[in-house]
Design a protein around this ligand. Sequence first.
Ligand SMILES: [Zn+2]
Length: 294
Amino acid sequence: MAMRFKQAENERDVNCPHSVHVPFERGNTMTDRPVLFDSHVHLDAAEFDADRPEVLRRARDAGVEQLLIPAVSADGWPRLHELCAGDPGLHPAYGLHPCYLSRHADDDLARLGDWLRSHPAVAVGECGLDHFEEGLDRARQLRLLHGHFEWAHHFDLPLVLHARHAFAQVIEAVRAFGKPLRGVVHSFSGSLEQARELSRIGFLVGIGGPVTYERAHRLRRMVASLPVECLVLETDAPDQPGTQHKGKRNEPAYLADVLGCVAALRGVDADELAQRTTGNARRLFLREHLPAVR
Ligand SMILES: [Zn+2]
């Protein structure tokens, strides 16, 4: 098995190479069902405080063995670290979400570097640009995003990007950065051409609950024709429930609904799609050097 974190050669810092989680398969050794990877789930959110163990058990029962949990603000990093340290299938990403600008202090970006030096992570994020919500200083969002790019490059970690009404701007920011980056743009709803462009610059796209809505014609057309190599699945729980759980709290167990919907849209077998998308997520976040195509 490959080490998750690249060993330091030229770079001064490495993100905790001594404390990698060992990927494992739990439960699925008993069945032939492929493992699912929820590439974006806020399991640390307060919405799960009352029943987190049950939520996680339902996820595992649905085949969701691996979960990437992206932080949204610095005050949540210690709790997220604790949550993930207790379960080798839970993988943290640390960052400063653009929708919580008021919670970020000026020195949080510097703190992020210190944090990543001493706490294992599979990615940097959630970070990005939100041009949908009113009152979010766009210049400050861009400065923060750039800071995350610097840390991702420095620690050789992928990025978990949020882009809302800002896909073109995020692509532009990655291009303008100039140094190699990689990662995922989560809850992607841009064009097929933007997805291809993201793939060219090292980014996959995350697809979740919104695709299950029949009226999401444009998104569904895009998902149907996207190369599978570009694709990972996510729930974004507790947000963005699919059509079957509209108006309710979303859960990682519902990733199976996203899988079923995406498989149907693409006219492929769900188990095969699960294998392919889980493989994509593992290569990106767990550094498993699996073959890209079976
Ligand atoms: Zn999120």
